[in-house]
Design a binder for this molecule. Structure first.
Ligand code: COS
Length: 386
């Protein structure tokens, strides 16, 4: 379980940090205010080869591994959480293909996703909520050499902008979700597929979040991933591999807020001296520093055990499943706590849009909710302790 950063990873961190400071941070406030998906960011990340960091080289990726992706997500999220999320979502939406796709499916879809020419989305959540996956109702009926999809999905990140979507649906409702579901690759423009309501959110405001509607949507049978009945396991395994990405986003938000609050506390003078000199402030910063460092080590250790994509759908070890859930849960709780304290350090200024910490606090909240609420993460962790 080696997680010392290589020279390449240190260089990647430096490069992405510079890109984030020079090209991402300047427009972050405006993008947040507009709440509109930003294609310029897509172009920037395409030009800098950030979408395919953790994609296999044989399909056009950089094969740099999960830790490298996390480093990039972290650096971007320090200045703009929606920017970090953008490259993370490419991994989430594509993982079902990487994990369960056959050679033809991988050859057809992965290269354009690795380059960022196409964007991906992971379509699981339904109106009943995101937690009870086995209770979802979207259906797919076999019809000759196609499947006909009916139902809807909500809160789908990238839903309205993705070219390629991995969609969970029941093929055999009588068997229930655990044994009767499957995952399909759906392309934008397939007849019967449309995008519904777009969400106006508290945070990650320029990240696209949309409802997806399937009305007799015809999907070629060759777009079935793995086999009928494998859907639940494909999605669970995808989430095991994807949750470190959200942990990376959360860690970045926390680190960004901490760095801002630290610099502010050293500049801001009250009672004739920088407020950092008061223990009421410096102890807060010390606590932020402890928690961020602890979160980073948990996450990097997790990345070390997820470094390689598995060659088949065999089960992960309880330790792997536990680490991924712990990293997501801990990093997001740290992000919420640190950003709240950062607002406190800035006082009244922290509560205004003039300063980025209030945006960071709003952005942090979602990391405790999506890709499995932190209550579900604790359930997943507890299940591995039985
Ligand atoms: N990897 C592989 N298999 C898994 C698994 C995992 N991570 N988690 C569960 N399974 C297996 C179980 O071993 C069990 O297999 P058998 O039937 O062979 O025994 C089967 O799947 C059913 O497991 P379980 O009974 O625990 O399933 P539940 O329906 O109770 O649901 C939770 C389990 C709640 C953990 C699951 O539905 C979940 O993770 N929900 C949250 C999903 C989420 O993150 N949503 C966010 C929106 S998507 S961004």
């Amino acid at each position: 379980m080696q997680y010392t950063l290589t020279e390449e990873q240190e260089l990647l961190r430096e490069t992405v940090r510079r890109l984030a400071k020079e090209r991402v941070e300047p427009g972050a406030r405006e993008r947040d205010e507009k709440g509109k998906f930003d294609w310029e960011m897509v172009t920037l990340f395409r030009e800098n080869d950030l979408f395919g960091l953790d994609f296999p080289a044989e399909y056009g990726g950089s094969d740099a591994g999960m830790l490298s992706l996390i480093i990039a997500v972290e650096e971007l999220s320090k200045v703009d959480a929606s920017a970090g999320l953008l490259i993370d979502l490419q991994e989430l939406g594509t993982l079902p293909i990487m994990l369960a796709g056959n050679e033809e499916q991988k050859k057809k879809y992965l290269p354009k996703l690795a380059s960022g020419e196409h964007l991906a989305a992971f379509a699981l959540t339904e109106t009943s909520g995101g937690s009870d996956v086995a209770g979802f109702r979207c259906q797919a009926k076999k019809d000759g050499d196609s499947y006909i999809l009916n139902g809807s999905k909500i809160f789908i990140s990238n839903g309205g902008v993705a070219d390629v979507l991995t969609v969970y649906a029941l093929t055999n409702p009588e068997k229930g979700g655990h044994k009767g579901a499957a995952v399909f690759i759906v392309e934008k423009g397939m007849p019967g597929f449309s995008v519904g309501k777009k969400e106006d959110k508290m945070g990650i405001r320029w990240s696209d979040t949309a409802e997806l509607i399937f009305e007799d949507c015809r999907v070629p049978a060759e777009n079935l991933l793995g086999a009928e009945g494998m859907g639940f396991h494909i999605m669970m395994k995808t989430l095991d591999f994807a949750r470190p990405g959200i942990a990376g986003q959360a860690l970045g938000i926390a680190a960004g807020a901490y760095e801002y609050a630290l610099a502010y506390a050293k500049e801001r003078v009250a009672f004739g001296q920088p407020v950092f000199n008061f223990q009421g402030v410096s102890f807060k910063l010390a606590d932020m520093c402890i928690r961020i460092e602890a979160a980073r080590h948990l996450l990097y250790k997790t990345c070390a055990v997820y470094q390689e994509l598995p060659k088949d759908m065999s089960r992960l070890s309880p330790e792997q499943i536990r680490l991924s859930a712990m990293a997501k849960c801990f990093c997001s709780d740290v992000a919420m706590w640190v950003t709240t304290e950062a607002v406190q350090v800035l006082g009244g200024y922290g509560y205004t849009r003039e300063f980025p910490v209030e945006r960071m606090m709003r952005d942090a909240k979602i990391t405790q909710i999506y890709e499995g609420t932190n209550e579900i993460q604790r359930l997943v962790i507890a299940n591995t302790l039985k």
